[in-house]
Write a protein that binds this ligand. Sequence first.
Ligand code: HXC
Length: 515
Amino acid sequence: MSLKRKIRELQKRREKARKGGGDKAIEKQVSMGKLTARERIIVLLDEDSFNEYDLFVEHDSRDFDMDKKTLHGDGVVIGTGTIYGAPICIFAQDFTVAGGSLGLMHSRKITKIMDHALKMRMPLIGINDSGGARIQEGVNSLAGYGEIFFRNTLASGVIPQISVILGPCAGGAVYSPALTDFVFVVDKISKMFITGPEVIKTVLGEEISMEDLGGAKVHSEITGNAHFFAESELQCFEQIKRLITFIPWNNSRKAKAVEPKEPRKKEYKIDDIVPDNPKQPYDVRDVIRSISDDSDFFEVQERWAANIVIGFGRMDGKTIGFIANQPLVLAGVLDVDSSDKAARFIRYCDAFNIPMVTFVDLPGYLPGVDQEHAGVIRHGAKLLYAYSEATVPKITVILRKAYGGGYIAMNSRHLRADFVFAWPGAEIAVMGPEGAANIIFRREIMAADDPDKVRKQKVKEYKDKFANPYVAAAKGYIDSVIEPQETRNLLLHAIEVSQNKSVGGPKKKHGIPPF
Ligand code: HXC
C-alpha cells in the first residue's frame, strides 16, 4: 500500500475514532445542553494548541459480550495544550462512549496523562462526565480508580489539579475530583454523588431527584465540594482560564506577574467601607477591592460558608491569596464550614508560593450545640494548623473586631504572621465589651441599686481599657496601628520585603493536621 493510501486510512481511522459513541449518542449529549468531550477541550485551550494521544486505545475485556463492542478511545480523550501559553495536561471523559464509564484502558489513559503532568510539572485539568466504574470490567475498574486516586495524592501540592464536573458523575468518578485543588460545576449539567437516587430508593426508601441530591447548587452552596459555579459550560471555561492566570504551573515556581495597576479608587473608597459601629455589617470584599490591583478579586467558594471570604487578587502585579471574615454573613464568625474552607485555601497558597493577606473582623467562633456537635473543635483547629504551618509571607490587617479565639486563629502574630497591622478602630480582646462586663463585674452589677446603669458604666470601663489596638500594640503583638489610607502601601512594602522569606521547622515526615 502506498504511503498516500496509508495516510488516507489513518485519516479515516481518526475520523471514526473521534466520533466517539456515534451520531445518535452525540445527539443525546447535545440535546442535554452539553458539549462533546473534544469540543470542551478545544473551547478551553488556546486555539490550535491541543494534541491528542491514545486515540486508538481500545478495551480488551471479554465478559458480558464486551468483546463484541468497540469503545472508541475507551471513552476518554487525553492530551496536552496551552491556556494563555501555560502548558496544560488534560483529559475529558466522553459520555457518548459507554457513559464515560471507567474501565482498565480508560484509567490507563488518564494515569498516563497524570504521570506526564507530574513529570513535566504542569497543571492537570480533568473534565469528568462519567457513570463511574465500568460495571462489566469488575475489579479492573476499581483498580483503575485506585491508581488515579494514588496519583492525585502524589501530585497534590506539586502541580495544580483542576476538576470540571460536566455530567452525571457517580461513584468513583467523584472521588478523584474530591482529591484535587479546585472543582468547577455548571448549573443543571453537573451532578455528583457516591450512590445515585435509584440506589438510595432501594436501600433507604427515600426519593430524591439527581439535581436535589448532588446538583451544582447543592455542591456549591451546601456541601462545599465545588469551588466555582457557572451558568453554562462556556462560562465555566472562562472561569478556569481566569484561575490559570492566578496560579503557578507548579510548586517550584511563582505565579506569573502581570502589569501592576492601581485600585479603582473612585469605586472603592477605603475610608468609607467599614462602619464605626462594630455591630454594623459591610461587605469585606470592598476592602479587598480597595487595595488590590485594578480592584480585581477572583473569589473562590463564593456561595458556601460565606461568613469567610477567600480568593485571589494581585498587588503590584503579583498574585495574593486573600482571606477575610465577612461581617455581612453571620457577623463574620468562624464556624465548622468557614474554618474548613479557609484552612484548605491557606494550605493551597502555602503549597504554591502565594503570599497571603488576611483581613480580620469577627466576634469569634460561633457558639451553639449544633456547632459543638458538628465538631467545631476539630474543624476550627484546622485553621490554627493551616496558618501556623504556612511558611509563605503572611500579613494580617485587623479592621475592627478581633475577639477571643478568632483573634488568635486569624493569622495572629502568635501563629507567626510576618506583619500585623491594625486600623485605629480595632478592638482586640478576649470577648466583646458587653459579654466581658457581664462576666467580670456580675456581682457588682447584681448588687447595684440600678444594675443597668452600673452595667453600662462597666461596659464603658472595659471598652476604654481594651476595645482598642493599643494594648496589643504595647506588647508588640501588632507592628503598626495604621490609617486605612495607608493600608495598600504598607501591604505592598510588606510583600516586597518578605519575598526572600526563609523559615524552617523541626524535621518530620509530615504533621498530623486535624482532618
Ligand atoms: C457501564 C455504564 C455505566 C457504568 C452508564 N453506563 N454507567 N456502563 N458501567 N457504570 C452506560 C449505560 O449502560 C448506557 O449504555 C450509557 O452508559 C448511557 O447511560 P444512560 O443510563 O443511558 O444515561 P443516563 O440516563 O443519562 O444516566 C446516566 C447515569 C446512569 C445516571 C450515570 O447511567 C447510572 O446511574 N449509571 C450507573 C452509576 C453508578 O452507580 N456508578 C457507580 C459504579 S460503582 P448504552 O449502551 O445503553 O448507551 C463505582 C465504585 C467506585 O464507581 C468506587 C471508588 C471509591
